[in-house]
Write a protein that binds this ligand. Structure first.
Ligand code: CS2
Ligand code: MN
Length: 362
């Protein structure tokens, strides 16, 4: 397990590279060019600027999250070909600076979705929260109109640029089903994976968050059967999965331990975090510790260990603790605690297995 830490870039993150460097066992950053719009080719000078910073801090930059997919690719429009060509060029450039894994997602219109970014937990910390009935019962267009009239109604992750195009995008997705999305994903993978393979970069699809359709938009990376189907669309080790325990774990029917076992050789990257899911379908992000949420974190780490996991791993969203002001979910403190918990689990399994082996040889 190779530990990495997400970093949003200078001026775009409250956490510094020097701080990241001091978290035990962290070897590299998970980065992206957040100012390059989806579909555009990443400029080499901007890539090199990150490389210089990472080199100087003594951290590697082998994991990118995310090179985002243009909506036209997900929609399967004829214009997708030009965006796919740009994607390929970006892959080639990323290989030149030593990138080994590209995380991306295939969610229509929205990325992750929450209803509250600072919901208070019992211990006084705050965390990202999803109130299911709020999203299920929402008249999306009435909400967008309200947001446009009064920015106080803005929901997390609803950037003005996205909202501007919202009704247009919803129109475009009107007849797009799960089947279309799978077909469009296959078209994309058939084009991209050979290029990624040639340049030894493993593509790692991120699960949908939450892992079910929202606002009538299809979502396909939602559970074990669908992940299996996605990986088979283009059967290659370079078509991989980002095992995000918090995203998939928001659906209690998802057995993350079983997925870690089944997909072990197709997981170049893991996002390990916990959530607490309530009976009504709401969920809140918690500390990474197994007992603090409803995801079997120790079971997942054990399954990865048993499968000789050699991929990259990062803690995922953390709570906001000790008064830290930071990007929602991306503070330093709780994620650093999360890392120490993950190492604790890993090292304990390691010690146990080594001891057992030593006993066997006596
Ligand atoms: C999520 C996503 O895992 C996460 O942090 O909040 O934003 C994720 O980075 C993307 O969906 C991956 O493409
Ligand atoms: Mn994740």
């Amino acid at each position: 397990m190779k530990m990495v830490f997400r970093w949003f870039g200078e001026g775009n993150d409250t956490v510094t590279l020097d701080q990241i460097k001091q978290i035990p066992g962290v070897e590299g950053i998970v980065w992206a060019l957040h100012d390059v719009p989806a579909g555009e080719e990443w400029p080499m000078d901007k890539i090199m600027a990150i490389k210089e910073q990472a080199d100087q801090a003594g951290l590697h930059m082998k994991v990118v999250e995310s090179v985002n997919i243009h909506e036209d690719i997900k929609l399967g429009l004829p214009s997708r070909d030009k965006y796919i060509e740009n994607y390929k060029k970006t892959i080639v450039k990323l290989a030149q600076v030593g990138v080994k894994v590209i995380c991306y997602n295939f969610m229509p219109v929205f990325d992750w979705m929450r209803t509250d970014l600072h919901k208070e937990l019992k211990d006084g910390s705050t965390a990202l929260f999803y109130e299911k009935s709020k999203i299920d019962g929402m008249d999306l267009f009435a909400q967008v109109k309200r947001i446009n009239e009064n920015p106080n109604f803005t929901m997390p992750g609803w950037e003005p640029e996205r909202l501007e195009r919202l009704s247009e995008l919803f129109d475009a997705y009107r007849n797009v089903t799960e089947e279309h999305l799978f077909a469009n994903a296959k078209y994309f993978l058939d084009e991209i994976i050979p290029v990624a393979a040639e340049h030894d970069i493993r593509m790692a699809i991120h699960p949908d968050d939450p892992p079910w359709p929202i606002f009538g938009l299809p979502r396909i990376i939602t559970g074990q059967a669908n992940v299996r189907r996605f990986l088979q669309l283009h059967d290659s080790p370079y078509n991989g999965l980002t095992l995000c325990s918090g995203s998939l774990g928001a659906n209690p029917a998802n057995d993350l331990v079983a997925m870690a076992h089944e997909f072990a050789d197709r997981i170049p990257f893991a996002h390990l975090r916990n959530v607490r899911v309530y009976d009504n379908g709401d969920f809140i992000e918690t500390s990474h510790r197994t007992q603090d949420g409803t995801v079997d974190m120790s079971g997942i780490v054990q399954a990865l260990y048993q499968n000789n996991f050699e991929g990259f791993c990062r803690p995922d969203h953390g709570r906001h603790i000790w008064g830290e002001q930071c990007r929602p979910g991306y503070g330093l403190y709780d994620r650093a605690l999360g890392i120490m918990y993950l190492w604790g689990l890993w090292d304990a399994y390691d010690k146990q297995i080594r001891t057992e082996k030593a006993v066997e040889t006596i």
